[in-house]
Write a protein of this length. Sequence first.
Length: 213
Amino acid sequence: MERNIDMKEVSDGRFYLANDLVKADCGGCHGCSSCCRGMGSSVTLDPYDIFCLCRGLGECFEALMADRIELNIADRLILPNLKMAGEQEVCTFLNPEGRCSIHAFRPGMCRLFPLGRFYEDGDFRYFLQIHECPREPKAKIKVKRWLGIPELKRYEQFICDWHFYLKELRKKVEEAPELIREISLELLKRFYTEPYDLQGDFYGEFYQRLREG
């Protein structure tokens, strides 16, 4: 989700790459689940998130839609997001002990928090959101270790390509708002509802679908 923000107000004034140290380690977040509550529809899911959730849970996209994820408009496009439930808007994957039940294959935005991404010139860098996480004290940790994502270079390239692909689609919707449903339905079909080979190479399959579009 894109946001127009003043980086001086929300960050420590630095940008980070995967091998940089950043003061983001919350020590396992024991006793804290603030970032799993009251998030509304803001935890948008990309195709890799859905691939990991389907593989980790042994469920298809339609099964997840039953009670775990939902569709909402995110910056002019209809995209899936984690569902919050109950009066306290708790993530449906948070267990009774206040721990993430899908931690091993949690979505990218969950892994990223409290970091953010700053996109520029066809690429992105990480930044630390200094007001988002109440857990203290925080220790320094390498960005790549904090993310804990296999094949990080391939993942970062996917994240970048996906971001700018969506940006082009949003531009089309901005120019022709009546196309939002048509464009969004095609997007959902090609990258979300059509099953992936859960034992195969996600990135290879994703880029094949991207080329077909």
